[in-house]
Design a protein around this ligand. Structure first.
Ligand code: UDP
Length: 331
């Protein structure tokens, strides 16, 4: 089979590429390397069944030829992170919405058999329904969440209008080796592991009792394959761990001192996916326990040696726009 993975040099994308190549398939990676890193594909470097193309998915004419003869498309390319999306909403729209339409069009014109979209659980915003089912109200709290949700709407629309077989997976707090680290303040694992290596205290938001549905990356890869390898289409599925874990528990597993930083506006106290639908429809179940996932991250801690080490002051500076804009907005 021939597969195409957009964002294949990113954190989740690179794990998916590794898995597809391991299963003896041919894989084309499209990545603009804005946050994706070629080192993420080190383990598959030189594989004759892997083609890596440095292109931006928003450039339809450039990406179109790579879809010819492709069986399945996995669309993971996107700009992530909250603060830069508040600062630069136009480029988020360009990447996450225009980029998705370009991928859908290229997939449609090439007649690909299936497309799986990486959507985000951030579309639920601050909800009060736990575990949260796919039918929960949509309340994006910042441009990143909105653009990922709009991308999902386009995916479903291409299915309805053009019969392109599509599935959308709403991912909850994915973590694992190679979790992206860049100069941007973002996902908690990158922040905490760099602090751990530097012997600095963990910057715990609020009192640390807030919980997240941390989902291990190889389980997420399994969900992508299940979704692609099925007859189901035009469906949305939550992908979560089946549980929710407090930041204080994560700190206890990592071990170290803490400092507390203010709670950010629009931040949920809990994320917790209802995964009944994907379990019942696709037979998918998460396999990696949180404690085991954290241990595997620890084994890879060296990857954070060159990562930025955040502290109270630098986080306060990095999140100014978060407080400024979201602090004032109605919930
Ligand atoms: N978090 C934290 N300290 C940090 C960064 C994050 O305690 O320096 C917490 C944050 O409050 C949230 C969890 O870690 O409860 C996950 O945060 P992340 O930004 O990774 O994901 P999101 O909040 O978007 O779910």
């Amino acid at each position: 089979m021939k597969y195409l993975v957009t964002g294949g040099a990113g954190f989740i994308g690179s794990h998916l590429v590794e898995r597809l190549l391991g299963d003896d398939h041919t894989v084309t990676v499209l990545d603009n390397f804005s946050s994706g890193r070629i080192e993420n594909l080190d383990q598959v470097k030189g594989n004759p069944r892997l083609l890596i193309r440095h292109v931006d998915v928003a450039h339809y004419e450039e990406i179109k030829p790579f879809f010819e003869g492709v069986d399945w498309v996995f669309h993971l390319a996107a700009l992530a992170d909250i603060v830069p999306s508040i600062r630069r909403p136009l480029i988020y729209h360009k990447s996450n919405v225009d980029g998705t339409i370009a991928v859908l069009e290229a997939a449609r014109s090439a007649g690909v058999k299936r497309l799986v979209y990486a959507a985000s659980s951030s579309c639920y915003g601050v909800t009060d329904k736990f575990p949260t089912p796919e039918t929960a109200p949509i309340k994006p709290m910042y441009p990143y969440a909105l653009t990922k949700y709009l991308g999902e709407q386009y995916v479903l629309h291409w299915n309805k209008t053009y019969r392109l077989p599509c599935v959308s997976l709403r991912l909850f707090n994915v973590y694992g080796p190679r979790a992206r680290t860049s100069s941007t303040y973002g996902a908690v694992f990158g922040v905490f592991l760099a602090q751990k290596l530097a012997g600095k205290p963990f910057t715990v938001v609020g009192d640390g009792t807030q919980t997240r549905d941390f989902t291990f990356v190889t389980d997420v890869v399994d969900a992508f394959l299940r979704a692609a390898d099925s007859e189901i289409e035009s469906e949305i599925f939550n992908v979560g761990s089946g549980n929710t874990y407090s930041i204080n528990y994560l700190v206890s597993l990592l071990g170290g001192d803490v400092v507390h930083i203010p709670k950010r506006p629009g931040e949920p106290d809990c994320t917790f996916a209802d995964i009944c639908k994907i379990s019942q429809t696709l037979g998918w179940q998460p396999k990696v326990r949180f404690e085991e996932g954290v241990r595997l991250m620890f084994q890879n801690i060296d990857r954070w040696r060159d990562a930025p080490v955040w502290d109270e002051k630098s986080i306060a500076e990095a999140t100014i726009d978060w407080f400024k804009h979201l602090g004032a907005s109605p919930s």
